[in-house]
Ligand binder design. Structure first.
Ligand SMILES: [Zn+2]
Length: 80
């Protein structure tokens, strides 16, 4: 992981402000969703994007009942 140099205090509501330069680095704007991951005692935030339910790929997605599946995984379900 690359340090940003920012240290932010969590307020009484549990909020922090993500510095603009950090948001710009991941191309996250107002209204975008961030996804949280836990890695030991660290929290990693990633701009949320639709991903395949099975393998996590963000390419060649098809939406089925508000879930996404990639073309590669669809091919695994197809019968010969
Ligand atoms: Zn997949």
């Amino acid at each position: 992981m690359k340090p940003t140099g920012f240290v932010k205090k969590i307020d009484e509501m549990g909020r922090i402000v993500i510095p603009k330069s950090v948001r710009q680095t991941i191309n996250a704007g107002i209204g975008d969703n961030l996804q949280f991951f836990i890695d030991g005692d660290s929290i990693v935030m990633k701009k949320f994007s639709n991903a395949c339910l099975f393998c996590g790929s963000e390419n060649n997605l098809t939406e089925i009942h508000e879930k996404y599946i990639c073309a590669n995984c669809i091919s695994l379900f197809k019968k010969d």
